[in-house]
Design a protein around this ligand. Structure first.
Ligand code: HEM
Length: 132
């Protein structure tokens, strides 16, 4: 099941442990990005800290936490915001590989891990914009 129900989203953020858990997952993800030969060159800024914060705030908001992401960045429009980066199967797979490590190490229950992973796979597929 890739798309969680509204009830699942509403409870997820608190159920997994709130901001601390999203912090841990996204920090771990960016540790992997920093040493990934496919992904690292895509990130325009030398400092990955601001990108880490944007992804963390987005995921917190999506899963029922505070709406700080939209207060700062407006509507997510993720397809538009990814348009400058060529995202084909290689980039998608690299992104999911880094995220898989982060999610697997987060200590979530099997049900929460499955829910989060289903969403991330679906979202990564939906952000592909290049097939070469
Ligand atoms: C931003 C790459 C998938 C959420 C970015 C940026 C890059 C990137 C290079 C710019 C960094 C920055 O914020 O300065 C990719 C690649 C993906 C991918 C290669 C592979 C499919 C995803 C997915 C999500 C996501 C699946 C959400 C579940 C975001 C968010 C931002 C962002 C929230 C910041 C948007 C903003 O400017 O507010 N991504 N991304 N990305 N990405 Fe991705």
């Amino acid at each position: 099941m890739a798309t969680p129900t509204p009830e699942e989203v509403a409870s997820f953020y608190d159920a997994v442990g709130g901001e601390a858990v999203f912090h841990r997952i996204v920090a771990r993800f960016y540790e992997e990005v920093a040493r990934d030969e496919v992904l690292r060159p895509l990130y325009p800024e030398e400092d990955l800290g601001p990108a880490e914060e944007r992804l963390r705030l987005f995921l917190m908001q999506y899963w029922g936490g505070p709406h700080t992401y939209s207060e700062r960045r407006g509507h997510p429009r993720l397809r538009m915001r990814h348009a400058p980066f060529a995202i084909g199967p290689i980039e998608r797979d690299a992104w999911l590989r880094c995220m898989r490590t982060a999610v697997d190490e987060a200590g979530l229950s099997e049900e929460h891990r499955r829910q989060l992973w289903g969403y991330l796979e679906m979202a990564a597929n939906s952000l592909m914009n290049s097939w070469t």
